[in-house]
Design a protein around this ligand. Structure first.
Ligand SMILES: Cc1cc2nc3c(=O)[nH]c(=O)nc-3n(C[C@H](O)[C@H](O)[C@H](O)COP(=O)(O)OP(=O)(O)OC[C@H]3O[C@@H](n4cnc5c(N)ncnc54)[C@H](O)[C@@H]3O)c2cc1C
Length: 417
């Protein structure tokens, strides 16, 4: 079967890999000049099964209201005259009950654990390099109330098999000595030894190269505009390349356009509740390797994640629900640089920070759409929000099973839209 994958981010490229492994002929289409140039370009680098607590949880509504008036808030909702933004926000509120949050954690942990296993197997099989480290993720809290609030989600995650251990400041510093200068400020921490980190863009581009070598065709510089359809079947995708319009045809199609999946799906009358949540990252050269961390870190108070990528440091976080603009907001960038420099002044040349912003394809529940659509030959693998890199291999492996008519190996609620 010929499968056309729309999107060459980490989700589209992993989809292409697993579909090709199943024996399909695969073509990947992307508007950029190569893979991994949009949201998968400079993310936080964490493979974090332990980061499964969704944004929507019982404490979120009050926090989001408080943050409305704080320009450098970790999660900023900027109200617009956009019905899709309001629909997303209302749906987000309905996901904030304890029961919904617990259900969503289960989905995220199951998919995350399966995905990390798939990533490890893929690494063994393909042998790709992407500055990866298998040193776990240490999540530290400087606010005692937030640390207390993390106990219940951490317990739920442990019950689900994600070994997220609660530790004190002394143990945190033993695990990551670079935290020694701020030890007195740490109220507590959790440590998940099985989690990992690495450069998502390097991974995506290396895997795309392996796909190409295996026979997957990549069509770059090509924008998908609409679909050709007849009843419940997709007949082709209307695309434009350097002003030239054409229709690309295949037997089946996979939608993996990140935040833009929602826009293209609307052309089919298909509503996907995906809204862009703009995030920021800085990439900085390491200054003093002894003062820099190796264990990937999460700074709970500022909602920032830190990953060591060889001789660089990546710090990423914050979310702004403000439409599809990718403009850099310097107040938010400065807040990241300031906090990082304050915690680990000698670790990096903070004044040489390379700034980046990307649009997380966020769903209100943080749970992605993976599976069938109500078009017989259109599949979804999109809406991965905060954890698209963590969930990419597992989502793609499960999707390849669904396309083959097999039941995926992971306990997850797949789409049948
Ligand atoms: C600041 C930040 C930090 C993050 N940190 C982490 C982390 O630590 N761990 C983690 O697991 N996840 C993290 N994420 C989330 C993760 O990066 C995303 O979930 C993931 O990159 C989404 O991948 P994707 O393939 O769905 O989207 P993308 O990477 O955006 O890929 C979509 C592709 O579709 C193409 N495209 C779009 N529209 C069209 C069109 N009409 N025609 C043709 N091509 C089109 C784009 O060019 C792009 O290449 C972070 C995200 C951000 C923003």
């Amino acid at each position: 079967m010929h499968v056309l994958v729309l999107g060459a981010g980490v989700v589209g490229v992993t989809s292409a890999w697993y579909l090709h492994q199943q024996g399909h002929q695969v073509t990947v289409v992307d508007r950029q000049s190569q893979s991994g140039l949009e949201t998968s370009y400079a993310n936080g680098g964490q493979i974090s099964v332990s980061h499964a607590e969704p944004w929507a949880n019982p404490s979120a509504p009050v926090k989001v209201l408080k943050w409305l008036f704080q320009p450098d808030a970790p999660l900023l909702f900027r109200p617009r005259l956009d019905p899709y933004q309001w629909r997303w926000a209302l749906s987000f509120l309905t996901q904030c009950t304890s029961a919904k949050a617990a259900h969503n954690i289960r989905q995220m942990v199951n998919l995350g654990t399966y995905s990390r296993d798939c990533l490890q197997a893929l690494r063994r099989d393909v042998g790709i390099e992407y500055d990866h480290l298998e040193k776990g993720i240490l999540h530290f809290y400087t606010n005692p109330a937030e640390f207390d609030a993390a106990m219940e989600p951490a317990r739920i995650m442990r019950d689900l098999g994600c070994d997220r251990q609660v530790i004190d400041a002394e143990r945190a510093v033993q695990i990551e000595p670079a935290l020694q200068p701020v030890r007195h400020r740490i109220a507590g921490a959790t440590y998940t030894a099985d989690d990992e980190s690495g450069d998502a863009r390097a991974f995506t581009q290396a895997l795309a190269k392996s796909c190409e070598e295996a026979g997957v065709k990549f069509v770059y510089g090509t924008e998908a505009l609409d679909f050709d359809r007849a009843g419940d079947r997709i007949l082709g995708v209307q695309v434009v390349n350097e002003g030239k319009h054409q229709i690309l045809r295949a037997d089946s199609y996979v939608l993996s356009l990140g935040s833009f999946s929602a826009i293209l799906a609307r052309k089919l009358g298909l509503f996907l509740n995906i809204y862009p949540a703009k995030g920021y990252s800085i990439t900085v050269p390491v200054k003093n390797p002894d003062a820099a961390f190796n264990v990937s870190l999460t700074d709970d108070e500022y909602k920032l994640v830190y990953s060591r990528l060889g001789d660089r440091i990546r710090v990423a976080g914050t979310a702004e629900l403000n439409g599809y603009t990718r403009d850099l907001n310097y107040t938010r960038c400065r807040a990241i640089v300031r906090r990082s420099a304050e915690l680990m002044p000698e670790a990096a040349y903070w004044d040489k920070s390379e700034l980046w912003t990307g649009l997380r394809p966020a769903t209100p529940s943080n749970v992605p759409y993976i599976g069938k659509s109500h078009f017989a030959n259109l599949y979804l693998n999109t809406g991965h929000g905060t954890l698209g890199w963590t969930h990419s291999c597992g989502s793609a492996a499960a999707l390849a099973d669904i396309v083959a008519g097999r039941k995926p190996e992971v306990d997850f609620t797949f789409s049948g839209l």
